[in-house]
Design a protein around this ligand. Structure first.
Ligand SMILES: [Zn+2]
Length: 440
């Protein structure tokens, strides 16, 4: 049943199937516009002044390589609004992504930015089977995270109807899927697998109307896709985006499913060796570095995503003329994605610093015993604080758990270990042991 053919539909043929020569001209104009807009941001203005960059400096796409990189740290240093290029009155919406500490990174959108964004979500939704007569259940959280509202607007743009279920409460999600006869589901891949398992356990396998899923927000494997498709009898599509760039909609799969088409009229995506920052060849894995071409509120130049993937410029049967990117195959830093939430080891460190008696030695272990991520932290106790009294130790453990949840928003299993039992590192500490098998 899950092998039914998905019709090849294109939401915006003019943009998605544009002849490449025409697209290059558009991208050069977009880069100039972005440099012009980015001058309003002190970080970029300083960099441009130093190296003498002006919009007119951009004469070819290769000139992108003269432009400065932007890192998550740069965005954080400018907290909260240092990377906004428009006055507050021109903002139409704010979102945020989690940072490496308790503070989020804000992103802003003008009305025009929101229109572009919803169009980009509409492109991958239509590519993956969405039509105006469908009802879509959005089981992403609605909030600061860009997933919920981003997809919501994209669905409306296609003319389909949205059921904004938001995240959590699996039994209720399944009731909605069944009673509303939902056609398309939107959530993270691990949550889709979790729903599938519950649906099977409830004896409802094969009894839902569900036909499509658009899954994103965390890396997943082809094996996981096949599992979800088989269990739910659907076709599941992958899409990619990140809030620092715009949210979901940077790229997404077509019906052919041989990589995700990059929306190249809106973004320049480079694939670079993360050490040398030199471009790698097509098919070779590197770090994705993304530049926006049309954003007003938060134009971004050469953002180092730390996501590892490869690019493919070969033609696609679907008729789109854009480059494709592979699924995300890993990270070039130590960020973890746990149940769709970005978490950095430094956040755990910060939580531990708030609790007296814990040494700065800890280890994070990620597993996926069923379909959902489990996260555990082993924390070493300082010798002078180590106690044989269970009660004192339990109190400390609970306190750590609360602090970690306060910073990350996630529950971790906390285990206290005796002084000097965790491995010591001479170089960079290896804090994270990811046993979830995310790579293909
Ligand atoms: Zn295609």
């Amino acid at each position: 049943m899950s092998n039914f053919v998905v019709p090849n539909r294109i939401f915006d043929p003019e943009a998605e199937c544009m002849p490449s020569g025409e697209r290059v001209k558009m991208q050069i104009a977009g880069l100039r516009r972005t440099v012009e807009q980015a001058k309003k941001i002190p970080f970029y203005r300083r960099k441009f002044d130093k190296s003498g960059i002006a919009p007119e400096s951009i004469k070819s796409l290769e000139d992108l390589q003269q432009l400065p990189f932007t890192t998550k740290q740069d965005l954080r240093d400018a907290y909260p609004f240092g990377f906004f290029a428009v006055p507050r009155a021109e903002l139409a919406r704010l979102h945020a992504s989690s940072g490496t500490t308790g503070k989020p990174t804000f992103v802003g959108y003008t009305q025009k930015d929101l229109e572009i964004w919803s169009g980009l979500c509409a492109r991958f939704l239509v590519a993956g089977g969405l039509t105006a007569d469908q009802i879509v259940q959005v089981s992403f959280g609605y909030g600061l995270f860009t997933g919920g509202f981003g997809l919501h607007s994209g669905i409306e743009r296609v003319g389909a109807s949205v059921l904004p279920a938001s995240s959590g409460n699996t039994q209720r999600q399944i009731m909605l899927l069944e009673d509303v006869k939902i056609d398309t589901l939107i959530c993270t891949p691990s949550y889709a697998l979790n729903l599938a398992e519950n649906i099977t356990a409830m004896g409802k396998k094969g009894k839902l109307a569900l036909r499509y899923a658009h899954l994103g927000g965390e890396p997943w494997t082809e094996e996981m896709r096949l599992g979800i498709e088989e269990e739910l009898g659907i076709r599941a599509f992958n899409n990619y985006g990140l809030s620092e760039i715009i949210g979901p909609g940077v790229s997404g799969e077509c019906a052919v499913r041989c990589g995700m088409h990059i929306q190249e009229d809106q973004f320049m995506v480079e694939c670079l060796n993360p050490e040398t920052l030199e471009p790698v060849a097509d098919g070779e894995q590197g770090e994705l570095v993304i530049t926006s071409l049309n954003k007003e509120a938060c134009p971004i130049i050469r953002y180092r995503t730390r996501d590892l993937a490869y690019l493919d410029s070969s033609p696609c049967e679907c008729g789109r003329t854009t480059k494709r990117m592979s699924r995300i195959r890993g990270r070039s830093d130590d960020m973890m994605i746990i149940r769709g939430v970005n978490v950095f080891p430094t956040q755990i460190e910060e939580a531990l610093l708030r609790v007296d008696g814990t040494a700065p030695h800890f280890m994070i272990e990620l597993t996926r015993p069923g379909n959902l991520d489990e996260a555990a932290i082993k924390v070493e106790i300082r010798p002078q604080d180590f106690s044989d009294k269970m009660e004192a130790m339990h109190k400390m453990r609970d306190r750590i758990g609360r602090e970690v949840t306060a910073i990350t928003g996630l529950h971790f299993n906390i285990e206290l270990v005796e002084p000097n039992t965790l491995e010591r590192f001479t170089g960079k500490a290896k804090r994270v042991f990811d046993n979830r098998k995310l790579n293909d």
